[in-house]
Design a protein around this ligand. Structure first.
Ligand SMILES: Nc1ncnc2c1ncn2[C@@H]1O[C@H](COP(=O)(O)OP(=O)(O)OP(=O)(O)O)[C@@H](O)[C@H]1O
Ligand SMILES: [Mg+2]
Length: 435
């Protein structure tokens, strides 16, 4: 017989092993550190400038960052900050190297979502974030999944639950309840708007004292910040059900959207959400706050099946919100019914030489048409390996594997990112101008 106490002792053992693995995986201080990038990568892959032009420019302008030469090599190696300085200060054929951003708009929000477990959501979110940062964008990642895969990959392991999406939601409940009570107090006499009182167990957690930046953590990438998650945030699904009961007028699904609306428009360019493999309170917040949905799916028949039910159930959940809450969403936090600027399906773990995979790609294309990304993400050994080391292909030093394996892996993520960027820019243009 196994009681909750037995489960606790099994977990305690497992946590010890987890700590050990983290110490082996990250640097001795168990802190993730971003490597430098070689002048070959910086010129050809990152800034996309021909190597000799790049060298010429560096020679002509000695005030540009010079990188560092490693002991046994001739190449120069640059930090992300140095690369960003080069990007700001260099022009090629009089064209600036800064990535485009439509003026007058807030940051663009993309949710990577599917309720199929292991579809590749976190891998896709991680690589899109890293590719976007190398492209010169400032990125905020939000981990909506208490499995915290993305948080761990970004090196954030010491997270307490009040500093996660759950904290944002509970804080929002407090603020929204106060706001709704003020509305009720100000309403003309005769109207009976209910007043709600939250229990001390919620108001006493100190969450209403947290400010917007308190939820945001820096990562080893200087231009990527993150609202991380942790395993303890898993109880959010239970807690949220209780919170809704305490205040049925609370638009629980708009909590994170409201939170993001409070960020300055120019603090970030892209906001990327990694969603849990479920439709629940956290993923509804992600979906409601998102401008664009990116739905990764494996290339097998079962994955096609479950992706189909995912969009069906998501549609149902969004329809329920519309019926239950229309008229309740305060202005400026998105509208009901929820409408996305774009929705895309992205096949992952794709093997171009596999007949079944190719057939499934055709099936996806024939059903969803151009909603299916043209460039699936291929199955790569580098990523399997990077999964173990909790790193993206961009973080892996190409000298740690055969150059061909690394280039192939990087190329597939680059193509997927290139397409994502095009979709983002097209949708971003359609986003309402900020007030
Ligand atoms: N392109 C790829 N090539 C090889 N392995 C991959 C690829 N994409 C994902 N994987 C592997 O598949 C597994 C699941 O991927 P991932 O964690 O990204 O999925 P997920 O959808 O986020 O899962 P969950 O539903 O649990 O959140 C991981 O071990 C990952 O390393
Ligand atoms: Mg995941």
């Amino acid at each position: 017989m196994f009681s909750h106490e037995d489960l606790q002792s099994l977990q305690a053992k497992s946590l010890k092993m987890q700590g050990w693995i983290r110490r082996q995986t990250f640097s001795p201080e168990s802190e993730k550190i971003l490597r430098r990038f070689s002048s070959w990568e910086v010129s050809e892959l990152i800034l996309q400038v021909n190597q000799s032009t790049f060298r010429g420019r560096l020679a002509a302008y000695p005030s540009l960052p010079a990188g560092e030469v490693e002991e046994d090599g001739r190449q120069r190696w640059y930090t992300l900050d140095e690369i960003n300085t080069l990007r700001r200060r260099m022009k090629i054929n009089r064209k600036p190297l800064m990535p485009p951003r439509p003026p007058g708009k807030r940051a663009f929000r993309a949710a990577v979502a599917n309720f199929k477990g292991g579809a590749g959501k976190s891998t896709v979110a991680l690589h899109l974030a890293h590719a976007a940062a190398l492209d010169g964008y400032r990125v905020l990642c939000i981990d909506f999944d208490p499995q915290a895969t993305l948080s761990h990959s970004m090196g954030l392991t010491d997270v307490t639950e009040d500093h996660t999406v759950w904290g944002i939601m509970a804080r929002d409940l407090i603020h929204e309840t106060e706001r709704l009570n003020r509305v009720a107090a100000g309403a003309a006499s005769g109207t009976t708007l209910p007043r709600r009182r939250l229990p001390d167990s919620i108001t006493g957690m100190g969450l209403d004292a947290l400010r917007v930046p308190d939820f945001i953590r820096p990562t080893s990438w200087s231009t990527i910040d993150m609202v991380p998650s942790c395993a303890n945030a898993a109880f959010v699904e239970f807690a949220s059900a209780q919170y809704r009961h305490l205040n049925p007028e609370w638009t629980f699904f708009a909590a994170v959207g409201r939170y993001l609306d409070a960020l300055p428009d120019d603090a970030y360019d892209l906001i990327i959400f990694d969603c849990p493999p479920a439709i629940g309170y956290q993923s509804m917040n992600a979906v409601f706050a998102a401008d664009m949905l990116y739905i990764p799916s494996g290339p097998g028949y079962w994955e096609y099946d479950s992706t189909t039910s995912f969009i069906g159930q998501l549609a149902e959940a969004l329809e329920d919100l519309d019926h239950g809450f229309s008229g309740h969403v305060p202005e400026g936090t998105g509208q009901l019914p929820k409408a996305f600027l774009d929705v895309r399906f992205l096949l992952t773990r794709f093997e171009p030489g596999n007949d079944l995979h190719r057939a499934m790609f055709e099936a996806f294309r024939s059903v969803f048409g151009e909603r299916v990304a043209e460039h699936p993400i291929e199955m790569t050994r580098a990523v399997e390996q990077s999964g173990r080391f909790l790193s993206s292909v961009y973080e892996i030093d190409y000298r740690d594997m055969t150059r061909e394996t690394w280039r192939r892996a990087r190329a597939t993520f680059d193509r997927a990112y290139g397409e994502f960027r095009g979709n983002v820019l097209a949708a971003w243009d359609k986003l309402e101008d900020s007030a």
